[in-house]
Design a protein around this ligand. Structure first.
Ligand SMILES: Cc1ncc(COP(=O)(O)O)c(C=O)c1O
Length: 402
């Protein structure tokens, strides 16, 4: 029974996945700083600072703003379970796996949830949501700003209008978009907005930042029944993250340190500069893959989520073999597709710390080599060349606009 287990020594990967993304050395260092107790006076200040940073990243003044001790799915649970009670009507816009998860979770809270769908590769039309809600008393409309399973971004404004017309709360999943895609929680009047630590914020997985408007807080207070989940009952969880700092559960202290440092980096970059960096890097990636003769799942450029690019797998090419070779030969991880697009797309993530020019150029060079080995003809250097041109155009455009 004596089996030796060696010291932990993970490989250093470049995670060009739809999450988690690679993280900055400063974030590793923050995680390795001394643990304190969750009620230590020093930690209470650290919590205040974490909330200050979260409010800036969400662009909100919401009092109820905190990181949940959970991955992004916990953010979905908390949002819909706090807002919905049995008998309430809700509409969820579903265009992929993660928005469907919101539908699934909402359906566990109430039997009256309508799914309004769009195929993978398209956003759900807010008009379809409006039609589905007409004549009904809709309490909540939910959507994913960034649908990671298909690489689609959904514009929030049209949804806010529909939610206003129907008198509904607006819930937005920004797990794959916060810190990479323009978002102004207060200006866009999002009632509940949640995210994940491991994507464009580039902290380790395990925290789900969430922010709740005063209107939604009021809805929580007026509930007739208890929230099904004790852990995610925001009114009690907030006693710890609110003024009282009352024990609720023991939070992952080291992950909070990491999130705090990752958010400091986001704000040092500047939100707008970061949004622009994600846009420019994705344009270069797309120019590169298209120059190699590869297609994209999302046809309309305006619908492309800057953090996740869904690349069509050419016929005759083995999805898994390509991904394994990228990992073994280049230490690069990308992801395959889910559900109806399984085996049909690769999902290349350029999120947060990973959204960098050297990574784009390295990936394009690596995929060219791997595809050539698999028998797919790629004009030598075409991908890297096109990406370099795309960067040159972006630089000229910036210089002209100055
Ligand atoms: C848009 C979106 N929502 C929710 C989730 C679920 O997050 P997690 O896997 O951290 O629970 C993900 C994960 O990829 C996601 O991309």
């Amino acid at each position: 029974m004596t089996q030796h287990v060696g010291e932990l020594n993970p490989p250093t990967r470049l995670m060009l996945t739809p999450g988690p993304s690679s993280i900055d050395a400063r974030v590793y260092r923050a995680m390795a700083t001394p643990l304190v107790g969750h009620l230590d006076p020093w930690f209470k200040t650290c919590m205040d600072e974490t909330q200050i940073l979260l409010r800036q990243i969400f662009q909100t003044e919401n009092r109820l703003t905190m990181p949940l001790s959970a991955s992004g799915s916990g953010g979905i649970e908390a949002s819909v379970l706090n807002a919905l009670e049995e008998g309430d009507e809700a509409i969820i816009a579903v265009n992929g796996v993660f928005s469907d998860r919101m539908f699934e979770i909402a359906s566990r809270a109430t039997s009256k949830v309508t799914k309004v769908e769009a195929p993978y590769g398209l956003p759900v039309d807010a008009e379809d949501v409006r039609r589905a809600g007409q004549g009904k008393k809709i309490k909540l409309i939910g959507l994913a700003q960034g649908e990671t399973s298909s690489g689609v971004v959904t514009k929030i404004d049209a949804y806010r209008k529909v939610a206003d017309e129907l008198g509904a709360l607006l819930v937005v999943d920004t797990v794959a978009s916060l810190g990479a895609v323009p978002l102004h929680v207060d200006r866009e009047r999002i009632d509940i907005c949640f995210s994940g630590s491991q994507k464009a914020i580039s902290a380790p997985p395990g925290m789900s930042p969430i922010t709740v408007s005063p209107t939604a807080e009021e809805v929580f207070r007026k509930r007739k029944t208890k929230v099904q989940s004790w852990y995610f009952d925001l009114t009690t969880a907030m006693n710890y993250w609110g003024k009282e700092r009352l024990y609720h559960h023991t939070p992952p202290i080291s992950l909070i340190y990491a999130l705090r440092e990752a958010m400091r980096i986001v704000l040092e970059d500047g939100l707008e500069a970061r949004w622009e960096r994600h846009r420019v890097n994705q344009l270069a990636l797309i120019a590169g893959v298209e120059a190699m003769g590869l297609g994209l799942l999302v046809k309309n450029p305006a619908d492309r989520l800057p953090t996740v690019t869904a690349v069509m797998i050419p016929s005759g090419i083995d999805d898994v073999k390509v991904r394994n070779q990228l990992l073994d030969e280049f230490n690069i991880e990308i992801a395959g597709g889910f559900g109806p697009v399984k085996g049909k797309i690769w999902r290349v993530g350029l999120m947060g710390h990973c959204s960098q020019k050297p990574n784009v150029l390295l990936f394009l060079a690596a995929i060219e080599k791997v595809l050539s080995d698999q028998g797919f003809r790629v004009p030598a250097g075409a991908g890297v060349g096109a990406a370099i041109q795309s960067y040159a155009h972006a630089e000229t455009a910036t210089a002209v606009s100055r």
